[in-house]
Design a protein around this ligand. Sequence first.
Ligand code: BGP
Length: 478
Amino acid sequence: MTFPEGFLWGGAVAANQLEGAWDVDGKGPSVSDMCTNGTHTSPKRITTTIEPDTLYPSHEAIDFYHHYEEDIALFAEMGFKAFRTSINWTRIFPTGEEAEPNEKGLEFYDRVFDCCKKYGIEPLVTISHYEMPYALVEKYNGWAGRECIELFEKYCKVIFERYKDKVKYWLTFNEINCGLMNIGAITAISTVQGYSGSVLDCEVSDQVRFQALHHQFVASARVIRYAHQNYPEFLMGNMIAFITTYPYTCNPDDMIEAQKKMQMNNWFCSDVHVRGEYPYYAQRYWDEHGVKIQMEPGDLEDLAEGTIDFYTFSYYMSNCTSTDPKLQGTSGNLVDGVKNPYLPASDWGWQIDPKGLRWTLNEIYSRYQIPMMVVENGLGAKDVVEADGSIHDSYRIDYLRQHIHEMGEAIKDGVDLIGYMPWGCIDLVSASTGEMAKRYGFIYVNKFDDGTGDLSRQKKDSFEWYKKVIATNGEDLD
Ligand code: BGP
């Protein structure tokens, strides 16, 4: 057997992209709830107030809030061993600053985790996945405000205590490194106080981005230390959007450029999480970009004492980089790069690179040697529902098959990979564009970009295929 016994096969989602019920049972608005829909070519917007007659896709999403039992039953039917979801901070603390948590919000996640337990599915919980309370954006400019550290600690202490018997695996911040990338100013660090406009155009300085990240690092480390001290059975992880970057040519200038991109886009955050200190190459970058991080006494000790137990990341694509300014750009959602002539791309321009996953797993493992999980991977594609209701998504099966095969190769290489949770195991709202048309699921949801749809669920061909993959522990990928 290539995949180890007990390998965590499952799927991943995020609260803000599927729950809906954005103002139900005391929930407050999050930064995601202020984002309109958009498309690949016309970017979604963030607004400072809720505009009438404007569609905000997270408000209903796929209404997992009221369909979770049906959905988790379908995951169980596929044989999921694990399910990655997130907690909406604003269900627990609607503005982030209440003295007491919102009981109704806590009860919802009790129901979700109990339902997982009923089927023997292990929850993997992202504590913060693009849904900071919007009130904290208005008041503190999101994570630029140091106040958020303590508010986050308060939130974590509540959910740790409440779910200590139901959840063992925790990730602090989703794709924390996106705070250094354009749209991440909104999604990851939420430093967009007073900003209304395209999510791709908001300009946030390096100074603000690194300061916000510093606050997140300290917050993450403090809650990890707290969890280790109080809940020794918990396993605490990070989450990185891994943008594998190749040099476009063997020109040494391209090599250096690629190394720099790998450092600042991918390694910088996880070096802090795994090693408990800022990496050696950071200072030069900060000096050259006018960044001076304000730290308080104790911050560096906090970082050192709150290191992670396992490493998780999302992997969708790879990029090339070049020092030649004339080369053609590639549209990923996070960083621009140069088109790789050896790779095809999805309809959204994301370059498909299964072997890059094997390469990436080896790179991460050689650096850290701790257990790893791939907690997002998948193909966003348009699906067609046939007259008889069937959905033949062979393109999605091909994508997943190739990536799973390469994970198997990486395991044979010797990496310690313990789980795989492909993204959007049920169709949900796209994080980058707000679309429903960009579908990832094994389960189709009757919901469309204009907000219409009866929300019914339908199995795609990939549903039966993934079920077989899990049943054979990754041996049968045909
Ligand atoms: C990651 C996010 C997810 C998810 C995924 C796919 O960056 O963590 O929230 O949405 O990308 O991206 P998209 O929805 O833009 O296709």
